[in-house]
Design a protein around this ligand. Structure first.
Ligand SMILES: [Zn+2]
Ligand SMILES: [Zn+2]
Length: 280
């Protein structure tokens, strides 16, 4: 049996869209679900964000019950939490979940507040799995099984946490929802240094960001594929995954962004639902 089957370090994309779900015939290839990334480190199930992609992940995980998973929330904007009320394993007794988010987020309160009348008919307390909530500081590290998670805060309205997973000599960085500065963000540059995979918020093109194409998107909290490439080169990463696709970007637009990025940094790929990468 290949080593990866016994002791995997891999990730699967369940939602790579930014801001709001965008289903339809023009987004079939990359998908319309919002942020959710499943990571497996050995027996550990680690879920980054609970956007609408977590609904389909839940359907898959029903076959592995009872199970334990860790849910790391980058921040609490809708597109990163709104799938959780539809995550079926959380309703099942026997499953256990550890939630982590930056202290100021008050993760438990945030999840409770999105599940109250009149906007939702079931409360968080009515979900029958066992939940534990843990606060993260601005920066630090935690252990999940044998995986080391190093995290820090990046630039986004209300702040956002970025995570690096180190496992068995390989690594990946999940840097969603971050806006670059006039220079490359030194915090991310350090965290992503020589990582195998950098998943980076590449919501806009340079022209969209500056306002040459439509209204300026400066100070909206997101970055561009051009800055993604610059970061990947400067941090000497092996593979760049373009993430948090703009809801107005159709498949053909994302195809073109991926092609342009590959001209600058060969190992660049636009994330799509179902994308699965084995790191070991
Ligand atoms: Zn977002
Ligand atoms: Zn956000």
């Amino acid at each position: 049996m290949p080593k990866s089957k016994i002791d995997p370090f891999k990730f699967i994309v369940w939602g790579a869209r930014g801001s709001i779900p965008s289903p339809g015939p023009d987004t079939i290839k990359y998908g319309g679900n919002t942020s959710c990334l499943e990571v497996r480190c050995g027996k550990e199930i680690i879920i980054f964000d609970a956007g609408t992609g977590i609904r389909n992940l839940g359907t898959k995980l029903l076959k592995e019950m009872p199970f334990h998973a860790t849910i790391l929330l980058s921040h609490a904007h809708w597109d990163h939490i709104q799938g959780f009320p539809f995550f079926l394993p959380a309703y099942m007794p026997g499953n256990t979940f550890d939630f982590y988010g930056e202290e100021q987020l008050e993760v438990e309160e945030v999840l409770k507040r999105q599940m109250i009348s009149p906007t939702f008919p079931i409360t968080l307390d009515e979900m029958e799995s066992e939940f534990s909530f843990y606060d993260l500081k601005v920066r630090g590290e935690i252990k999940i099984g044998e995986a080391q998670i190093v995290y820090d805060r990046l630039n986004h309205p209300g702040n956002v946490t970025t995570f690096r997973v180190n496992y068995k000599g390989k690594s990946m960085v999940y840097a969603t929802d971050t806006e670059h500065f006039s220079c490359l963000d030194p915090t991310l540059l350090k965290l992503a240094h020589k990582t195998d995979i950098l998943i980076y918020d590449a919501q806009y093109t340079d022209d969209e960001y500056s306002g040459k194409d439509g209204m300026p998107r400066t100070a909206w909290g997101h970055s561009t594929w051009n800055k993604a490439v610059e970061m990947a080169q400067a941090a000497k990463v092996k593979t760049l995954i373009l993430w948090h696709h703009d809801p107005y970007h159709e498949d053909t637009k994302i195809d073109s962004i991926e092609k342009q990025a590959q001209k600058e940094f060969k190992e660049s790929y636009a994330a799509y639902e179902g994308m699965e990468i084995d790191l070991i």
